[in-house]
Ligand binder design. Structure first.
Ligand code: DC
Length: 206
């Protein structure tokens, strides 16, 4: 898929707090390409479900909601025109997002949008849980970031440590596209490393 494109495509996966957002922003800037935060897309569908009083575990209702939503995922996140960039980081959304993310209908809608996003640009930096394993297995570079549980909890201080551990467990054990190290991915532990150290190492792999 990437051989015909002119820009590099980098897939970044890893658990919450592993450094995906920070590293993907810095790397996209360094490469002069756009960045897509796919977790924000799952969060946006979750926010919209809670807004409408829907049960996040209702597979049919949430699947059709995902199909209908007009999502904008640039610097700001918008759902049907409403700016929800901050709202999607609420504890309520974090607690419900894993139920939405295990819904195969939601995944197929969002994966389609993620592939279109890259096709329109010819490359980019895309971060999530299944980017290297499912969405872009032929990316130019696949990264899997890790960090110690203590460091990940520190980075996600806004989320209760037990809730964070529960979310990681659900995301790694679900049947639809669980979080896993993609074949051929470079595994990088970001625990004691600065962002620029990580970016320099990654640039050497491209
Ligand atoms: O990256 P994040 O913590 O904001 O992601 C929120 C949730 O979305 C995460 O708990 C799992 C889900 N997710 C996913 O299932 N697949 C992706 N590609 C990205 C996120």
């Amino acid at each position: 898929m990437t051989s015909a494109s002119c820009l590099p495509l980098v897939a970044i996966d890893g658990p919450a707090g592993s450094g995906k957002s920070t590293v993907s922003k810095a790397l996209a800037e360094r490469l002069g390409v756009d960045r897509l935060d796919t977790g924000a897309m799952y969060r946006a569908v979750t926010w919209a479900a809670l807004q409408r009083g829907l049960d996040p575990g209702d597979v049919g209702a949430i699947g059709s909601l995902a199909r209908q939503l007009d999502l904008e995922v640039g610097g700001r996140i918008r759902s049907d025109g409403t700016d929800i960039t901050d709202a999607i980081r609420s504890p309520e959304v974090s607690a419900a997002v894993s139920a939405v993310a295990r819904n195969p209908d939601v995944r197929s809608v969002l994966v389609g949008r993620q592939r279109r996003w890259v096709a329109e640009r010819g490359g980019g930096v895309v971060e999530g849980r299944d980017i290297g394993s499912v969405v872009f297995p032929d990316a130019d570079l696949k990264l899997y970031l890790t960090a110690s549980p203590e460091e990940r909890a520190r980075r996600r201080a806004d989320e209760d440590a037990n809730a964070l551990a529960r979310r990681d467990r659900l995301d790694s054990t679900r049947s639809a596209s669980p979080l896993e190290v993609a074949e051929g991915a470079k595994v990088l532990d970001t625990t004691d490393r600065t962002v620029s150290e990580v970016v320099e190492e990654v640039m050497g792999w491209l």
